[in-house]
Design a protein around this ligand. Structure first.
Ligand code: G1P
Length: 291
């Protein structure tokens, strides 16, 4: 089974300035916890046990968040604030390992994934892009279903969702003969990074969740710079697809693009109204706005 997930978190978050000027965009709070925690929890819920952060010198607070904080824990213990103590020590189950490697230069998503090569070794792995939060109603989340499908078919899984035509040039877009039903995978004919609408093969966009075979690392080593003059993961997947089946998995959950300000606000609303202790009051506040 797949146990490793790469989370590229080295990006500087220019779409989220000024909030991301002096804190990582992944640490911006969605309700009462940083956005990155939702992504890590999604991976853990799917069965991932090793989180590999591909990170940058300015982003130590992400590693600190998933580490223990002895001083804080001791203070909470002395003050008998045991609920808070439990909360901060149980952010992740104890069997989860968080490992970080650096991406020394911003050479693209494909390059970021390649930076984790030594940690991934010969294992197949998942990739989760941290800007997008995926909210699933089921306990078997989309990533779990992709990993399960990979185990059965041995075909790489690329999570997709339909986007309006005017947005296709912002995403990787897949070419499929027939659009898969939600929760299902179909073999794809191709994949292209940020095509113009008149050349786009479909409106099925790559969401930012991938299950990939270990051999993609060798392909990434050979991938030349592509769209935006960056080494694109999409181009390595297109190469993989020349020699073996790669499948597009159509998600059933809901996405929130927290890399954009409006997507972020939408995420706060959706996660806020469902929050265990704050949800009811938050709903009431929204009603009181009366707009
Ligand atoms: C990256 C990928 C793209 C994907 C997108 C999802 O692009 O290269 O294929 O559709 O993430 O968010 P970026 O948003 O980093 O430009």
């Amino acid at each position: 089974m797949i146990k490793k997930a790469i989370l590229p978190v080295a990006g500087l978050g220019t779409r989220f300035l000024p909030a991301s000027k002096s804190i990582p965009k992944e640490m911006v709070t969605v309700v009462d916890r940083p956005a990155i925690e939702y992504v890590v929890r999604e991976a853990v819920a799917a069965g991932i046990e090793q989180i590999i952060l591909v990170t940058h010198s300015s982003k130590a607070s992400i590693e600190n968040y998933f580490d223990r904080n002895f001083e804080l824990e001791t203070t909470l213990e002395h003050k008998k604030k045991f609920d808070l103590l439990k909360e901060i020590t149980e952010i992740l189950p104890s069997h989860i390992q968080v490992i970080s490697v650096r991406q020394p230069q911003p050479l693209g998503l494909g390059h970021a994934v390649l930076c984790a090569k030594a940690v991934v070794g010969d294992d197949d792995f998942a990739v989760l892009l941290p800007d997008v939060l995926v909210k699933d109603a089921d306990s078997k989340n989309d990533l779990f279903l992709m990993m399960q499908r990979f185990e059965q078919s041995q075909a790489a899984q690329i999570m997709v969702e339909a986007v309006p035509d005017h947005l296709v040039d912002q995403y990787g877009i897949v070419d499929v003969e027939q659009s898969p039903a939600e929760g299902e995978s179909v073999v794809m004919q191709g994949i292209v990074e940020k095509p113009a609408i008149d050349t786009a093969p479909s409106n099925l966009s790559v969401v930012g969740r991938y299950v990939l075979p270990a051999k993609i690392m060798q392909l990434l080593e050979q991938t030349p710079k592509g769209a935006g003059n960056e080494i694109q993961l999409t181009d390595a997947i297109a190469m993989l697809q020349q020699t073996e089946a790669v499948e597009a998995y159509r998600m059933k959950g809901q996405t929130f693009d927290c890399g954009s300000k409006i997507g972020y606000l939408k995420a706060v609303l959706h996660y806020g109204v469902e929050h265990v202790t704050l949800g009811a009051d938050f709903k009431q506040l929204i009603k009181e706005l009366d707009i």
